[in-house]
Design a protein around this ligand. Structure first.
Ligand SMILES: Nc1ncnc2c1ncn2[C@@H]1O[C@H](COP(=O)(O)OP(=O)(O)OP(=O)(O)O)[C@@H](O)[C@H]1O
Ligand SMILES: [Mg+2]
Length: 375
């Protein structure tokens, strides 16, 4: 049964994704209770209520279960126990099972393969003894920790087999995945919504450029052929169906120079590469998350304008000053989003700007202009 405006929704995690969910949900007339241990979390201040408790705090979880019609998440590393505990007394979307797959690179890659999808060649390096198995691996490769990696953290490039042992130590001798480094033509992502009853609605494919392992720019429409686009949409849909997923799911892809569509990883939540939907689509990915978890029909994913999204990292904050927002805001097609984080640290995601244009080229050149204003 649909959960209608006036109801209260629970959000596990209070980062920027939670914040934008809160904005979307409250705009639609819902109340949101956020659980995040950080008293200064970006979502907490905008929520109807913020529980600044640990994710495994039973009292806080019981409170959520009692007061919310449904609980969702913005953070894939919520302990699976938290979700299964909640699921005993309140509906939880996405499921603990879907999160568990997304939390572990090996489980995730095995799952992609089971769905018949291509990934970069990989090998489990879970301990010291596994290292010799990589003797015939196709280097250069990237060693990635199996859990808790984000924004390129927990990754070391290995040019050859000789570098592997050191890389493994560098990553704390924790379970890892060794992954072949792909010659990239480009990277794309698909953000989709899947309803309680299994209907899938995809946003337009996003083309993503990274700098130092962190998303820098998203361009939509993506500059890829219809054939490659169809493959990516089909793969993302298969993943969502295979997980019997409910909510918003993002799937990242590598497009190799030899024209293969390789699944990189997934995120069981809205995604940085879907922030363009805030200003360029009829429905944002955050409104879609509200609609999906509340068992409402999907909103239109129609793109009403080409768009280039620029991520704003803490690096651009001048010492003891603020960036030139006045100049950015004098660009009437640039839409500024800030996450309310008090401290700007290098590499920290502080906000983003959606640059709209009549054409993709207009959007891109506005992005470059805005980037200059801020640097
Ligand atoms: N096998 C690979 N071949 C080529 N480039 C890669 C490979 N693995 C990672 N990269 C580059 O590093 C970026 C980050 O990698 P990945 O998506 O695995 O990391 P992450 O830390 O989980 O990032 P996030 O969760 O923030 O997306 C990729 O988007 C890509 O640009
Ligand atoms: Mg990634």
């Amino acid at each position: 049964m649909a959960i209608l405006p006036g109801s209260t929704l629970g959000m596990l995690g209070g980062g920027q994704l939670g914040r934008m969910f809160v904005v979307a949900a409250r705009t639609m007339g819902y109340d949101v209770i956020v659980l995040d241990p950080d008293p200064a979390s970006p979502a907490g201040g905008l929520a109807s209520q913020h529980l600044a408790q640990a994710y495994d705090d039973r009292e806080a979880l019981d409170y959520l279960a009692q007061h919310c019609a449904v609980v969702t998440t913005e953070f894939e590393n919520i302990p699976a126990d938290t979700l299964s505990y909640l699921a005993r007394s309140v509906s939880v979307h996405p499921s603990a099972e879907a999160l568990q797959v997304a939390q572990h690179r090996l489980l995730e890659k095995d799952f992609f393969r089971e769905q018949g999808l291509d990934t970069a060649a990989f090998l489990a390096v879970e301990n010291e003894a596994d290292i010799v198995n990589a003797i015939d691996f196709n280097f250069p490769a990237i060693l990635k920790t199996a859990t808790l990696g984000y924004d390129g953290k927990g990754q070391v490039v290995c040019e050859d087999f000789e570098e592997l042992a050191k890389a493994f130590q560098q990553l704390g001798s924790k379970p890892c995945v060794l992954e072949q480094r792909i010659d990239l033509a480009c990277e794309v992502s698909v953000v989709l919504g899947r309803s309680v009853s299994g209907e899938v609605t995809c946003f337009p494919i996003a083309e993503n450029r990274h700098a130092n392992g962190i998303l820098d720019v998203t361009l939509v429409p993506a500059r890829i052929s219809d054939v490659l686009a169809a493959k990516a949409l089909d793969a993302a849909t298969r993943i969502a169906n295979g997980l019997d997923y409910c909510g918003v799911l993002a799937v990242e892809f590598f497009i190799s120079t030899d024209g293969r569509v390789l699944v990189n990883e997934m995120a069981p939540r809205p995604h940085n590469s879907g922030h363009y939907t805030n200003d360029a689509c009829v429905t944002s990915q955050f409104e879609q998350q509200v609609r999906m978890v509340c068992d409402l029909p999907a909103g239109s994913c129609h793109l009403h304008s080409p768009v280039a999204m620029l991520n704003l990292l803490g690096d651009i904050w001048p010492a003891e000053d603020i960036p030139a927002w006045d100049e950015v805001l004098s660009e009437d097609m640039a839409k500024l989003h800030l996450y309310g984080k008090k401290e700007a640290r290098p590499g920290r995601k502080m906000g983003h700007i959606n640059c709209l244009g009549v054409t993709r080229e207009d959007a891109s050149s506005l992005l470059e202009k805005v980037r200059k204003l801020l640097n």
